[in-house]
Design a protein around this ligand. Structure first.
Ligand code: HEM
Length: 495
Protein backbone atom coordinates (compact mmCIF):
# COMPACT_ATOMS: atom_id res chain seq x y z
CA UNK A 1 0.00 0.00 0.00
CA UNK A 2 2.75 2.40 1.05
CA UNK A 3 4.54 1.59 -2.18
CA UNK A 4 1.47 2.51 -4.24
CA UNK A 5 1.06 5.83 -2.35
CA UNK A 6 4.73 6.63 -2.91
CA UNK A 7 4.41 5.73 -6.57
CA UNK A 8 1.34 7.94 -6.92
CA UNK A 9 3.11 10.79 -5.12
CA UNK A 10 6.08 10.42 -7.44
CA UNK A 11 3.80 10.37 -10.49
CA UNK A 12 2.05 13.57 -9.34
CA UNK A 13 5.44 15.19 -8.65
CA UNK A 14 6.74 14.28 -12.11
CA UNK A 15 3.51 15.49 -13.73
CA UNK A 16 3.71 18.79 -11.81
CA UNK A 17 7.39 19.27 -12.63
CA UNK A 18 6.81 18.41 -16.31
CA UNK A 19 3.80 20.71 -16.50
CA UNK A 20 5.45 23.55 -14.65
CA UNK A 21 9.14 23.37 -15.54
CA UNK A 22 9.43 21.80 -18.98
CA UNK A 23 9.27 24.23 -21.85
CA UNK A 24 6.65 24.00 -24.55
CA UNK A 25 7.47 22.85 -28.07
CA UNK A 26 9.18 25.58 -30.11
CA UNK A 27 10.52 27.44 -27.04
CA UNK A 28 14.04 28.94 -27.60
CA UNK A 29 17.06 26.68 -26.87
CA UNK A 30 18.57 26.67 -23.38
CA UNK A 31 19.12 24.49 -20.29
CA UNK A 32 16.44 21.82 -19.99
CA UNK A 33 16.76 20.39 -16.49
CA UNK A 34 15.43 23.25 -14.40
CA UNK A 35 14.79 22.74 -10.71
CA UNK A 36 11.40 23.48 -9.13
CA UNK A 37 11.29 27.07 -7.81
CA UNK A 38 15.04 27.62 -8.26
CA UNK A 39 14.84 27.12 -12.03
CA UNK A 40 18.31 27.49 -13.57
CA UNK A 41 19.62 29.66 -10.70
CA UNK A 42 22.38 27.18 -9.90
CA UNK A 43 23.65 27.32 -13.50
CA UNK A 44 23.54 31.13 -13.41
CA UNK A 45 25.57 31.45 -10.20
CA UNK A 46 25.79 34.48 -7.95
CA UNK A 47 26.55 37.07 -10.65
CA UNK A 48 23.51 37.05 -12.89
CA UNK A 49 25.07 39.19 -15.62
CA UNK A 50 28.04 36.80 -16.03
CA UNK A 51 25.79 33.76 -15.66
CA UNK A 52 23.52 34.93 -18.44
CA UNK A 53 26.48 35.68 -20.69
CA UNK A 54 27.57 32.05 -20.30
CA UNK A 55 24.10 30.98 -21.48
CA UNK A 56 24.40 33.32 -24.48
CA UNK A 57 27.80 31.87 -25.43
CA UNK A 58 26.42 28.33 -25.17
CA UNK A 59 22.97 28.73 -26.75
CA UNK A 60 23.06 31.87 -28.92
CA UNK A 61 21.28 35.22 -29.11
CA UNK A 62 17.86 33.92 -28.02
CA UNK A 63 17.96 31.64 -24.96
CA UNK A 64 15.00 30.11 -23.10
CA UNK A 65 15.49 29.21 -19.43
CA UNK A 66 13.99 29.49 -15.95
CA UNK A 67 14.83 32.53 -13.84
CA UNK A 68 13.79 31.13 -10.46
CA UNK A 69 10.22 29.97 -11.01
CA UNK A 70 9.71 32.28 -14.00
CA UNK A 71 9.97 31.12 -17.60
CA UNK A 72 12.34 33.56 -19.26
CA UNK A 73 13.97 34.46 -22.57
CA UNK A 74 17.29 36.29 -22.90
CA UNK A 75 17.76 38.32 -26.10
CA UNK A 76 21.31 39.51 -26.81
CA UNK A 77 21.49 40.69 -30.42
CA UNK A 78 20.99 44.44 -30.87
CA UNK A 79 18.61 44.22 -33.85
CA UNK A 80 16.62 41.50 -32.09
CA UNK A 81 16.39 43.56 -28.88
CA UNK A 82 15.07 46.49 -30.91
CA UNK A 83 12.52 44.25 -32.61
CA UNK A 84 11.38 42.53 -29.38
CA UNK A 85 11.14 45.73 -27.33
CA UNK A 86 8.93 47.43 -29.91
CA UNK A 87 6.49 44.48 -30.13
CA UNK A 88 3.11 45.17 -28.46
CA UNK A 89 3.12 41.58 -27.14
CA UNK A 90 6.33 42.28 -25.17
CA UNK A 91 5.35 45.67 -23.77
CA UNK A 92 4.41 44.57 -20.24
CA UNK A 93 6.53 44.35 -17.10
CA UNK A 94 6.42 41.41 -14.69
CA UNK A 95 5.19 41.94 -11.11
CA UNK A 96 7.97 43.12 -8.85
CA UNK A 97 7.67 42.37 -5.14
CA UNK A 98 4.04 43.50 -4.67
CA UNK A 99 3.92 41.84 -1.24
CA UNK A 100 6.12 44.59 0.22
CA UNK A 101 4.15 47.57 -1.04
CA UNK A 102 1.51 49.37 1.04
CA UNK A 103 -0.07 51.07 -1.97
CA UNK A 104 -1.42 48.74 -4.67
CA UNK A 105 -4.20 49.09 -7.23
CA UNK A 106 -7.59 47.59 -6.32
CA UNK A 107 -6.93 44.58 -8.57
CA UNK A 108 -3.63 43.91 -6.75
CA UNK A 109 -1.45 45.22 -9.62
CA UNK A 110 1.43 47.61 -9.04
CA UNK A 111 0.69 51.32 -9.47
CA UNK A 112 3.05 53.92 -10.96
CA UNK A 113 4.98 53.55 -14.24
CA UNK A 114 8.00 51.25 -14.01
CA UNK A 115 6.05 48.12 -13.07
CA UNK A 116 2.51 48.92 -14.08
CA UNK A 117 0.75 47.77 -17.23
CA UNK A 118 -2.26 48.46 -19.42
CA UNK A 119 -4.32 51.63 -19.24
CA UNK A 120 -2.92 52.53 -15.79
CA UNK A 121 0.62 52.59 -17.25
CA UNK A 122 -0.47 54.49 -20.39
CA UNK A 123 -2.20 57.27 -18.45
CA UNK A 124 0.42 57.68 -15.75
CA UNK A 125 3.38 57.58 -18.15
CA UNK A 126 1.80 60.07 -20.56
CA UNK A 127 1.12 62.56 -17.76
CA UNK A 128 4.56 62.23 -16.13
CA UNK A 129 6.43 62.46 -19.43
CA UNK A 130 4.46 65.53 -20.37
CA UNK A 131 5.30 67.26 -17.08
CA UNK A 132 8.99 66.34 -17.20
CA UNK A 133 9.19 67.41 -20.85
CA UNK A 134 7.84 70.79 -19.89
CA UNK A 135 11.33 71.15 -18.44
CA UNK A 136 10.04 72.61 -15.27
CA UNK A 137 6.76 74.13 -14.27
CA UNK A 138 6.13 77.17 -12.11
CA UNK A 139 9.31 78.10 -10.30
CA UNK A 140 11.04 74.76 -10.60
CA UNK A 141 12.71 75.10 -13.97
CA UNK A 142 14.38 71.77 -14.46
CA UNK A 143 17.60 72.93 -16.15
CA UNK A 144 18.07 75.62 -13.50
CA UNK A 145 17.48 73.07 -10.74
CA UNK A 146 20.15 70.77 -12.16
CA UNK A 147 22.60 73.65 -12.67
CA UNK A 148 22.12 74.77 -9.04
CA UNK A 149 22.63 71.26 -7.69
CA UNK A 150 25.72 70.69 -9.86
CA UNK A 151 27.20 73.98 -8.66
CA UNK A 152 26.45 73.09 -5.01
CA UNK A 153 28.18 69.76 -5.49
CA UNK A 154 31.24 71.40 -7.07
CA UNK A 155 31.46 73.86 -4.15
CA UNK A 156 31.27 70.91 -1.76
CA UNK A 157 34.05 69.14 -3.70
CA UNK A 158 36.15 72.33 -3.63
CA UNK A 159 35.97 72.33 0.16
CA UNK A 160 36.81 68.64 0.36
CA UNK A 161 39.85 69.11 -1.86
CA UNK A 162 41.28 72.05 0.12
CA UNK A 163 45.01 71.66 0.96
CA UNK A 164 45.34 69.06 -1.81
CA UNK A 165 43.27 66.54 0.14
CA UNK A 166 42.35 63.42 -1.80
CA UNK A 167 38.61 63.02 -2.36
CA UNK A 168 36.81 59.68 -2.22
CA UNK A 169 34.41 59.86 -5.11
CA UNK A 170 32.21 56.81 -4.55
CA UNK A 171 28.74 57.77 -3.25
CA UNK A 172 29.46 61.48 -3.75
CA UNK A 173 26.91 62.11 -6.52
CA UNK A 174 23.91 60.26 -5.09
CA UNK A 175 22.67 62.88 -2.64
CA UNK A 176 23.04 65.68 -5.16
CA UNK A 177 21.04 63.77 -7.80
CA UNK A 178 18.32 62.75 -5.34
CA UNK A 179 18.15 66.36 -4.20
CA UNK A 180 17.59 67.59 -7.78
CA UNK A 181 14.74 65.08 -8.17
CA UNK A 182 13.25 66.03 -4.82
CA UNK A 183 13.23 69.64 -5.90
CA UNK A 184 11.45 68.83 -9.16
CA UNK A 185 8.85 66.76 -7.34
CA UNK A 186 8.29 68.99 -4.32
CA UNK A 187 9.85 72.39 -5.24
CA UNK A 188 11.66 72.34 -1.91
CA UNK A 189 15.26 73.52 -1.96
CA UNK A 190 16.91 71.68 0.83
CA UNK A 191 20.36 71.21 2.26
CA UNK A 192 22.50 68.28 1.11
CA UNK A 193 22.34 66.97 4.68
CA UNK A 194 18.53 67.12 5.01
CA UNK A 195 17.46 63.96 6.90
CA UNK A 196 14.80 63.04 4.29
CA UNK A 197 17.33 63.07 1.46
CA UNK A 198 19.83 61.13 3.55
CA UNK A 199 17.06 58.65 4.39
CA UNK A 200 16.10 58.14 0.73
CA UNK A 201 19.75 57.70 -0.19
CA UNK A 202 20.35 55.19 2.61
CA UNK A 203 17.24 53.20 1.68
CA UNK A 204 18.12 53.15 -2.02
CA UNK A 205 21.66 52.04 -1.10
CA UNK A 206 20.24 49.23 1.05
CA UNK A 207 17.93 48.18 -1.78
CA UNK A 208 20.85 48.00 -4.20
CA UNK A 209 22.92 45.98 -1.75
CA UNK A 210 20.03 43.55 -1.41
CA UNK A 211 19.65 43.33 -5.20
CA UNK A 212 23.35 42.77 -5.77
CA UNK A 213 23.69 39.93 -3.23
CA UNK A 214 22.83 36.38 -4.43
CA UNK A 215 20.30 35.98 -1.60
CA UNK A 216 18.72 39.31 -2.42
CA UNK A 217 18.48 38.42 -6.06
CA UNK A 218 16.78 35.13 -5.23
CA UNK A 219 14.41 37.03 -2.94
CA UNK A 220 13.40 39.22 -5.86
CA UNK A 221 12.41 36.32 -8.09
CA UNK A 222 11.04 33.84 -5.54
CA UNK A 223 8.35 35.68 -3.55
CA UNK A 224 8.15 32.96 -0.87
CA UNK A 225 11.89 33.21 -0.25
CA UNK A 226 11.56 36.99 -0.15
CA UNK A 227 8.81 36.85 2.49
CA UNK A 228 10.72 34.36 4.59
CA UNK A 229 13.97 36.34 4.36
CA UNK A 230 12.05 39.49 5.24
CA UNK A 231 10.35 37.93 8.25
CA UNK A 232 13.66 36.56 9.49
CA UNK A 233 15.14 40.05 9.09
CA UNK A 234 17.79 38.85 6.60
CA UNK A 235 16.53 40.95 3.68
CA UNK A 236 14.61 43.97 4.96
CA UNK A 237 12.57 44.68 1.86
CA UNK A 238 9.36 45.61 3.68
CA UNK A 239 11.17 48.19 5.83
CA UNK A 240 12.93 49.64 2.77
CA UNK A 241 9.75 49.94 0.69
CA UNK A 242 7.51 51.15 3.51
CA UNK A 243 9.97 53.80 4.66
CA UNK A 244 10.36 55.11 1.10
CA UNK A 245 6.60 55.16 0.66
CA UNK A 246 6.24 57.06 3.97
CA UNK A 247 8.73 59.75 2.89
CA UNK A 248 6.83 60.25 -0.41
CA UNK A 249 3.41 60.18 1.29
CA UNK A 250 4.63 62.80 3.81
CA UNK A 251 5.43 65.20 0.95
CA UNK A 252 2.07 64.53 -0.72
CA UNK A 253 0.16 65.19 2.53
CA UNK A 254 1.89 68.52 3.10
CA UNK A 255 1.13 69.55 -0.51
CA UNK A 256 -2.51 68.59 -0.03
CA UNK A 257 -2.61 70.83 3.03
CA UNK A 258 -1.12 73.96 1.45
CA UNK A 259 -1.99 73.84 -2.27
CA UNK A 260 -5.19 75.43 -3.57
CA UNK A 261 -6.32 73.60 -6.71
CA UNK A 262 -6.83 76.91 -8.55
CA UNK A 263 -3.23 78.04 -7.95
CA UNK A 264 -0.35 77.70 -10.42
CA UNK A 265 1.36 74.37 -9.64
CA UNK A 266 4.73 74.79 -7.96
CA UNK A 267 5.98 71.31 -8.75
CA UNK A 268 5.12 67.78 -9.92
CA UNK A 269 2.99 66.91 -6.86
CA UNK A 270 0.89 70.09 -7.25
CA UNK A 271 0.46 69.37 -10.96
CA UNK A 272 -0.62 65.83 -10.18
CA UNK A 273 -3.15 66.91 -7.50
CA UNK A 274 -4.57 69.51 -9.87
CA UNK A 275 -4.88 66.98 -12.69
CA UNK A 276 -6.48 64.49 -10.30
CA UNK A 277 -9.24 66.98 -9.49
CA UNK A 278 -10.30 67.16 -13.14
CA UNK A 279 -13.09 64.65 -13.75
CA UNK A 280 -11.87 63.90 -17.28
CA UNK A 281 -8.28 63.20 -16.14
CA UNK A 282 -8.63 59.41 -16.47
CA UNK A 283 -9.73 56.61 -14.14
CA UNK A 284 -6.21 55.89 -12.85
CA UNK A 285 -5.95 59.40 -11.37
CA UNK A 286 -9.13 59.23 -9.35
CA UNK A 287 -9.45 58.78 -5.58
CA UNK A 288 -7.12 56.55 -3.60
CA UNK A 289 -5.81 54.82 -6.73
CA UNK A 290 -4.56 58.20 -7.94
CA UNK A 291 -2.63 58.76 -4.70
CA UNK A 292 -1.21 55.21 -4.87
CA UNK A 293 -0.06 56.02 -8.39
CA UNK A 294 1.54 59.27 -7.26
CA UNK A 295 3.45 57.56 -4.42
CA UNK A 296 4.59 54.83 -6.82
CA UNK A 297 5.72 57.34 -9.47
CA UNK A 298 7.86 59.15 -6.90
CA UNK A 299 9.35 55.82 -5.88
CA UNK A 300 9.94 54.85 -9.53
CA UNK A 301 11.70 58.12 -10.26
CA UNK A 302 13.97 57.84 -7.22
CA UNK A 303 14.77 54.19 -7.86
CA UNK A 304 15.31 54.53 -11.61
CA UNK A 305 16.81 58.01 -11.65
CA UNK A 306 19.42 58.19 -8.89
CA UNK A 307 21.82 55.23 -9.03
CA UNK A 308 21.78 55.17 -12.84
CA UNK A 309 22.97 58.79 -13.02
CA UNK A 310 25.34 58.77 -10.06
CA UNK A 311 27.02 55.57 -11.24
CA UNK A 312 27.44 56.98 -14.77
CA UNK A 313 28.98 60.16 -13.31
CA UNK A 314 31.31 58.12 -11.09
CA UNK A 315 32.54 56.27 -14.20
CA UNK A 316 32.85 59.60 -16.04
CA UNK A 317 35.25 61.09 -13.47
CA UNK A 318 37.19 57.83 -13.23
CA UNK A 319 37.69 57.71 -17.00
CA UNK A 320 38.60 61.41 -17.10
CA UNK A 321 41.13 61.05 -14.28
CA UNK A 322 42.97 58.43 -16.33
CA UNK A 323 42.94 60.66 -19.46
CA UNK A 324 44.37 64.20 -18.94
CA UNK A 325 44.67 64.65 -22.74
CA UNK A 326 40.97 63.98 -23.20
CA UNK A 327 40.12 66.52 -20.47
CA UNK A 328 42.11 69.09 -22.41
CA UNK A 329 40.30 68.30 -25.66
CA UNK A 330 36.90 68.45 -23.96
CA UNK A 331 37.67 71.85 -22.47
CA UNK A 332 38.84 73.12 -25.87
CA UNK A 333 35.54 71.90 -27.37
CA UNK A 334 33.62 73.84 -24.71
CA UNK A 335 35.80 76.97 -24.84
CA UNK A 336 35.26 77.30 -28.58
CA UNK A 337 31.63 77.97 -27.77
CA UNK A 338 31.95 79.94 -24.55
CA UNK A 339 35.20 81.83 -25.16
CA UNK A 340 36.40 80.31 -21.85
CA UNK A 341 34.75 83.05 -19.82
CA UNK A 342 31.40 81.49 -18.93
CA UNK A 343 29.76 78.15 -18.28
CA UNK A 344 28.21 76.25 -21.16
CA UNK A 345 24.46 75.67 -21.04
CA UNK A 346 22.60 72.48 -21.93
CA UNK A 347 20.89 74.21 -24.84
CA UNK A 348 24.35 74.57 -26.48
CA UNK A 349 25.07 70.83 -26.40
CA UNK A 350 24.88 70.34 -30.17
CA UNK A 351 27.85 72.72 -30.55
CA UNK A 352 30.17 70.47 -28.50
CA UNK A 353 30.24 67.11 -30.33
CA UNK A 354 33.16 65.71 -28.34
CA UNK A 355 31.33 66.30 -25.04
CA UNK A 356 28.24 64.50 -26.33
CA UNK A 357 30.35 61.66 -27.73
CA UNK A 358 32.24 61.40 -24.43
CA UNK A 359 29.00 61.09 -22.44
CA UNK A 360 27.59 58.40 -24.74
CA UNK A 361 30.85 56.44 -24.59
CA UNK A 362 30.80 56.70 -20.77
CA UNK A 363 27.27 55.28 -20.84
CA UNK A 364 28.42 52.42 -23.08
CA UNK A 365 31.32 51.68 -20.74
CA UNK A 366 29.37 52.21 -17.49
CA UNK A 367 26.60 49.89 -18.69
CA UNK A 368 24.41 50.73 -15.70
CA UNK A 369 21.33 48.84 -16.92
CA UNK A 370 22.92 45.71 -18.45
CA UNK A 371 19.62 43.82 -18.53
CA UNK A 372 17.45 46.89 -19.10
CA UNK A 373 14.20 46.47 -17.13
CA UNK A 374 12.59 43.08 -17.60
CA UNK A 375 9.63 42.87 -19.97
CA UNK A 376 6.87 40.24 -20.04
CA UNK A 377 4.88 38.67 -22.89
CA UNK A 378 1.25 39.71 -22.46
CA UNK A 379 -0.01 36.97 -24.82
CA UNK A 380 1.26 33.86 -26.58
CA UNK A 381 3.44 35.02 -29.47
CA UNK A 382 6.26 34.08 -31.81
CA UNK A 383 9.70 35.66 -31.97
CA UNK A 384 12.26 34.68 -34.62
CA UNK A 385 10.23 31.51 -35.18
CA UNK A 386 10.30 30.56 -31.48
CA UNK A 387 7.16 30.14 -29.43
CA UNK A 388 6.97 32.51 -26.42
CA UNK A 389 4.07 31.66 -24.08
CA UNK A 390 2.10 34.40 -22.32
CA UNK A 391 3.76 35.37 -19.03
CA UNK A 392 7.34 34.65 -20.20
CA UNK A 393 9.78 37.21 -18.79
CA UNK A 394 11.91 38.90 -21.46
CA UNK A 395 15.46 40.02 -20.62
CA UNK A 396 16.90 42.48 -23.18
CA UNK A 397 20.66 41.96 -22.83
CA UNK A 398 21.57 45.60 -23.51
CA UNK A 399 24.95 45.19 -21.79
CA UNK A 400 26.07 42.58 -24.30
CA UNK A 401 24.67 44.59 -27.19
CA UNK A 402 26.68 47.67 -26.12
CA UNK A 403 29.82 45.54 -25.98
CA UNK A 404 29.31 43.44 -29.08
CA UNK A 405 32.53 43.56 -31.20
CA UNK A 406 30.48 43.13 -34.37
CA UNK A 407 28.78 46.44 -33.62
CA UNK A 408 31.42 48.40 -31.68
CA UNK A 409 34.98 47.73 -32.88
CA UNK A 410 37.25 46.80 -29.96
CA UNK A 411 34.44 47.41 -27.47
CA UNK A 412 36.80 47.16 -24.48
CA UNK A 413 38.54 50.37 -25.62
CA UNK A 414 37.18 53.71 -24.41
CA UNK A 415 36.89 55.76 -27.61
CA UNK A 416 34.49 58.74 -27.65
CA UNK A 417 35.57 59.43 -31.24
CA UNK A 418 33.66 56.34 -32.38
CA UNK A 419 30.50 58.48 -31.99
CA UNK A 420 31.78 61.32 -34.19
CA UNK A 421 31.50 61.52 -37.98
CA UNK A 422 32.74 64.43 -40.10
CA UNK A 423 33.22 66.49 -36.95
CA UNK A 424 29.61 65.96 -35.83
CA UNK A 425 28.15 63.91 -33.00
CA UNK A 426 26.77 60.81 -34.68
CA UNK A 427 25.30 58.36 -32.16
CA UNK A 428 25.14 54.81 -33.47
CA UNK A 429 21.57 53.49 -33.72
CA UNK A 430 22.97 50.57 -31.73
CA UNK A 431 23.88 52.73 -28.74
CA UNK A 432 20.68 52.27 -26.77
CA UNK A 433 21.49 52.69 -23.06
CA UNK A 434 17.93 53.97 -22.50
CA UNK A 435 16.17 51.05 -24.18
CA UNK A 436 13.75 51.26 -27.10
CA UNK A 437 10.06 51.36 -27.90
CA UNK A 438 7.12 52.80 -26.01
CA UNK A 439 8.58 51.63 -22.71
CA UNK A 440 11.99 53.20 -23.23
CA UNK A 441 13.44 55.17 -20.31
CA UNK A 442 11.05 57.85 -19.20
CA UNK A 443 13.87 59.89 -17.67
CA UNK A 444 16.04 60.03 -20.82
CA UNK A 445 15.70 63.80 -21.31
CA UNK A 446 16.34 64.48 -17.63
CA UNK A 447 19.26 62.01 -17.58
CA UNK A 448 20.92 63.58 -20.63
CA UNK A 449 20.59 67.06 -19.13
CA UNK A 450 21.98 65.91 -15.78
CA UNK A 451 24.95 64.10 -17.32
CA UNK A 452 25.82 67.07 -19.56
CA UNK A 453 25.52 69.69 -16.84
CA UNK A 454 27.43 67.75 -14.15
CA UNK A 455 30.24 66.69 -16.52
CA UNK A 456 30.77 70.19 -17.94
CA UNK A 457 30.66 71.78 -14.44
CA UNK A 458 33.24 69.31 -13.12
CA UNK A 459 35.53 70.01 -16.10
CA UNK A 460 35.11 73.74 -15.50
CA UNK A 461 36.03 73.59 -11.82
CA UNK A 462 38.73 70.93 -11.69
CA UNK A 463 41.67 69.21 -13.31
CA UNK A 464 40.79 65.66 -12.37
CA UNK A 465 43.75 63.49 -11.40
CA UNK A 466 44.09 59.98 -9.99
CA UNK A 467 45.61 59.33 -6.55
CA UNK A 468 49.45 59.31 -6.81
CA UNK A 469 49.10 59.69 -10.59
CA UNK A 470 48.51 55.93 -10.80
CA UNK A 471 45.83 54.88 -13.33
CA UNK A 472 42.62 53.76 -11.64
CA UNK A 473 41.25 50.29 -12.45
CA UNK A 474 38.64 50.51 -15.19
CA UNK A 475 36.85 47.27 -14.38
CA UNK A 476 33.66 46.94 -12.33
CA UNK A 477 33.31 44.98 -9.10
CA UNK A 478 31.94 41.59 -10.22
CA UNK A 479 28.32 41.92 -9.07
CA UNK A 480 25.09 42.55 -10.94
CA UNK A 481 25.68 46.29 -10.39
CA UNK A 482 28.29 47.85 -12.63
CA UNK A 483 30.13 49.66 -9.81
CA UNK A 484 33.83 50.58 -10.02
CA UNK A 485 36.16 49.66 -7.17
CA UNK A 486 36.40 52.53 -4.61
CA UNK A 487 38.92 55.17 -5.67
CA UNK A 488 40.20 58.60 -4.66
CA UNK A 489 40.90 61.65 -6.79
CA UNK A 490 43.06 64.72 -6.61
CA UNK A 491 40.86 67.62 -7.69
CA UNK A 492 43.01 70.59 -8.66
CA UNK A 493 40.97 73.82 -8.73
CA UNK A 494 41.05 75.57 -12.12
CA UNK A 495 38.99 78.66 -11.25
C1 HEM B 1 22.04 57.03 -17.13
C2 HEM B 1 20.79 57.09 -16.77
C3 HEM B 1 19.69 56.10 -17.11
C4 HEM B 1 19.73 54.93 -17.83
C5 HEM B 1 20.92 54.27 -18.50
C6 HEM B 1 18.37 54.40 -17.84
C7 HEM B 1 18.00 53.24 -18.49
C8 HEM B 1 16.70 52.75 -18.51
C9 HEM B 1 16.29 51.55 -19.22
C10 HEM B 1 17.21 50.65 -20.04
C11 HEM B 1 14.96 51.38 -19.01
C12 HEM B 1 14.07 50.25 -19.55
C13 HEM B 1 13.56 50.61 -20.93
C14 HEM B 1 12.79 49.52 -21.63
O1 HEM B 1 12.09 48.72 -21.01
O2 HEM B 1 12.89 49.48 -22.87
C15 HEM B 1 14.51 52.48 -18.17
C16 HEM B 1 13.21 52.67 -17.74
C17 HEM B 1 12.82 53.69 -16.93
N1 HEM B 1 13.59 54.74 -16.49
FE1 HEM B 1 15.54 55.05 -16.89
N2 HEM B 1 17.56 55.24 -17.13
C18 HEM B 1 18.32 56.30 -16.68
C19 HEM B 1 17.88 57.40 -15.95
C20 HEM B 1 16.59 57.61 -15.56
C21 HEM B 1 16.11 58.79 -14.88
C22 HEM B 1 16.96 60.01 -14.52
C23 HEM B 1 14.79 58.59 -14.61
C24 HEM B 1 13.80 59.50 -13.94
C25 HEM B 1 14.06 60.33 -13.00
C26 HEM B 1 14.44 57.28 -15.15
C27 HEM B 1 13.18 56.74 -15.08
C28 HEM B 1 12.80 55.56 -15.71
C29 HEM B 1 11.46 55.00 -15.62
C30 HEM B 1 10.29 55.57 -14.83
C31 HEM B 1 11.46 53.84 -16.40
C32 HEM B 1 10.29 52.90 -16.64
C33 HEM B 1 9.59 53.31 -17.94
C34 HEM B 1 8.35 52.49 -18.26
O3 HEM B 1 8.23 51.37 -17.80
O4 HEM B 1 7.48 53.00 -19.00
N3 HEM B 1 15.55 56.72 -15.72
N4 HEM B 1 15.59 53.31 -17.90
Amino acid sequence: MLFVVLLLFLAVLIWWWTFKFLHPRGFPPGPRLSLPLLGDSLTLGSNIVDGLDKLRIKYGDVVGFYLGPMRAVLISDMAMIQEACTKEEMMDRPMFLPEFRKYLLKNGDLPGIGFSNGINWTEQRRFTLHKLKDFGFGKANLEQVIEDQAELLCQHLRKLSDNEQLVSICNIFEISIINALWQVLTSETIALDDPRIIKINTLLGQFEDVGASPLGFLAQIVPTAAKLADQLGIVKLSIIFNSMEDVCMGAIQSHKADFELGDIPRDFIDAYLQHQAQPESGASFQGEEGISNLVAIMLDLFAAGSTTISLTLTWAVLLLANRPELQKLLREDIHEVTGANRLISYSERTKVPLVEAFILEVQRKANVAPLSLFRQANKDCYFKGYFIPKGTVILPNIGRALNNPEVFENPEEFKPERHIKDGKFSPSPNGIPFGVGKRRCLGETLAKAELFIYVTRLLHHFDIKPENNQPIREIPIPTALSKPYPFKLKLVKRV
